[in-house]
Design a protein around this ligand. Structure first.
Ligand SMILES: NC(=O)C1=CN([C@@H]2O[C@H](COP(=O)(O)OP(=O)(O)OC[C@H]3O[C@@H](n4cnc5c(N)ncnc54)[C@H](OP(=O)(O)O)[C@@H]3O)[C@@H](O)[C@H]2O)C=CC1
Ligand SMILES: O=C(CO)[C@H](O)[C@H](O)COP(=O)(O)O
Length: 520
């Protein structure tokens, strides 16, 4: 026990609620850092399946006790550390309320609940208030990196009561992924109330923009340029090796996906078993249903937030709407019969294939960079309005390892800039010279990709909306002048005038002029 870190000694045992993909892996990881673990799940089968995995587990330090009964679970945590510590890893929404109501009578002043699910920040704030009344601290904590990181060290964004966070962050630091450059743990106090879950929600919004660009690039390379999956895997690996997209977790994964072939046995559970050569990717249908079945809410909430905080986030929105359209395949196929849209064609007339691949690389980078700009801007606006005081440089720091959107070059660019005092409340990332330069330098490439892709009927939702975004967020004279005129015509909404001091550019406020276009 003498080598046991104080952070572990203080809590001794953790109660994991939820033995699903994430909760199970967390249980093993917490045991590995020396905590005893009680794990309970509402569903008996989940506990049994975890107990089977436990039999095979190696390298554990703390004892792990899978428990079926919630009262027994609560008793197992009594009289252990100075205060009881829980981590919830369950579906967002009602489940956490339901579990809280089942355990509430056994909670004591000082106990801490880390909600590691992808929860809406307003639900988190509501539970924080409810728990405060009994002296219990509810910490809304984003956990990122999927089940592999949950096992070996995720990126975490906890937010809530600062004293409780001071108590628990040292323990989370032992668990968190470590930044390979500095060794710093990818977990930090994000701020009070719902700040932690807010940061995770936006992380997932950025994730969707980035994933959309990668799947659009894959399709362009495959059906547009006729490259094999192995060749595409090599291209993604090369993009991930150096340059603006170096060490991007999602590209690393993309390369792996392109190279994964079926085998006679398949993987451990037999998935991907086939006696005919082929790629696992070809076994996967084009439906992304997380939004339709509400099993995940974070990307949808990100877009709702972008609109209500007045941040233009078309890259994130396009990625989300793309996958929403994909989800209801049955309906989509019916529409396909009626609308008869062309499918992506082979791109012809290209003189140099390498050149278009390089332009595609730059276009994908524009999407990644724009996704980060949009996401950081939403966080920044919310932080100011909610008085969370979120440090954007800390967001970048915790996204350096363990999480899905990790991207070394982008982090290296943003972090020092966001660390500067003058940028602490920056709400527009394109005002950073370096960011503006990078977008500007890659404009010709993304424009070419969109023009070429559109001529050959390729799917480019995130890439094309990013091109438009780049054009209009820095446009000195937008056609919205006409929109403003129409609004004044039908609604007497009034307008500002060009060249008039105090109006041009003036504040973001309604003008005083109205033209009586057509008297009523
Ligand atoms: N998978 C991932 O990559 C990541 C997931 N997350 C988040 O972590 C959480 C867990 O995800 P994951 O492990 O993947 O999901 P799983 O579906 O594997 O696990 C969800 C767990 O929640 C339980 N649950 C559902 N309804 C209730 C209820 N009413 N009362 C109590 N428990 C309930 C489920 O039980 P049952 O089987 O009965 O439904 C299950 O044990 C989610 O909030 C998810 O958004 C966060 C980061 C990454
Ligand atoms: O949180 C995650 C990663 O960061 C989870 O993988 C989550 O399931 C992703 O789903 P969605 O894109 O619907 O949020």
């Amino acid at each position: 026990m003498s080598n046991t870190p104080d952070a572990v000694k203080q809590f001794k045992r953790i109660g994991v609620v939820g033995a699903g993909n994430m909760g199970s892996m967390m249980a093993f990881a917490f045991s590995e850092i020396g905590l005893d673990v009680s794990i309970w799940d509402v569903k008996r089968e989940n506990v049994d399946s975890f107990a089977k995995q436990l039999q095979q587990a190696k390298g554990l330090k703390g004892e792990i006790e899978p428990i079926h009964d919630v009262d027994e679970f609560m008793r197992s945590l009594d009289g252990q550390g100075e205060r009881k510590l829980f981590i919830f890893s369950i579906t967002h929404g009602y489940p956490a309320d339901s579990v809280l109501s089942q355990i509430k009578q056994d909670l004591k002043k000082g106990d801490i609940i880390l909600d590691g699910g992808n929860e809406h920040y307003r639900n988190t704030e509501r539970r924080q208030k409810e728990c405060e009344e009994i002296g219990v601290s509810w910490i809304g904590m984003g956990v990122s990196g999927g089940y592999q990181s949950a096992r070996h060290g995720p990126s975490m964004s906890p937010g809530g009561d600062p004293d409780s966070l001071d108590g628990v962050v040292p323990l989370l630091e032992l668990y968190a992924a470590k930044d390979p450059k500095t060794g710093m743990p990818c977990v930090m106090n994000m701020g009070p109330r719902g700040a932690g879950h807010y940061v995770k929600m936006i992380h997932n919004g950025i994730e969707v923009g980035m994933m959309s660009a990668i799947c659009e690039a894959w399709s362009f390379l495959s059906s547009g340029l006729g490259l094999s999956y192995d060749e595409i895997g090599n291209i993604f690996a090369k993009w991930n090796d150096s340059g603006e997209m170096r060490t991007t977790y999602l590209l690393n994964l993309a390369a792996d996906i392109c190279r994964t072939t079926k085998s006679s046995q398949g993987e451990q559970k037999g998935e991907g078993a086939s006696n005919v050569d082929g790629y696992v990717l070809d076994d996967i249908l084009d439906k992304v249903v997380q939004d339709d079945d509400s099993s995940e809410g974070t990307p949808t909430w990100s877009i709702i937030e972008s609109a209500s905080r007045h941040v233009s986030a078309p890259t994130l929105a396009s990625g989300l709407y793309f996958r929403i359209a994909s989800g209801n395949r049955a309906e989509r196929l019916k529409v396909a019969q009626k609308i008869g849209m062309p499918t992506p064609n082979s791109v012809t007339g290209i003189k140099e294939r390498e050149a278009i691949i390089e332009q595609l690389r730059r276009a994908v980078y524009c999407v990644f960079l724009s996704s980060f700009c949009q996401g950081l801007e939403i966080i920044s606006r919310a932080s100011i309005e909610e008085e969370w005081n979120i440090d954007l440089a800390k967001c970048i720091q915790i996204w350096r390892a363990g999480c899905i959107i990790q991207s070394e070059y982008i982090a290296d660019m943003f972090q020092p800039l966001l660390n500067k005092e003058e940028n602490h409340q920056l709400t527009n990332m394109k005002l950073l010279d370096r960011v503006a330069q990078e977008l500007q330098q890659n404009y010709a490439a993304i424009k070419h990709v969109v023009a070429t892709g559109a001529s050959f009927d390729h799917y480019l939702p995130a890439i094309s909306s990013t091109l438009e975004y780049m054009k209009y967020v820095g446009g000195a004279k937008l056609p919205t002048q006409f929109m403003e005129a129409e609004m004044d015509y039908f609604g007497a909404h009034s307008y500002n005038k060009p060249g008039v001091p105090g109006e041009d550019p003036g504040p973001t406020a309604k003008g005083s002029h109205h033209y009586e276009w057509k008297p009523a």
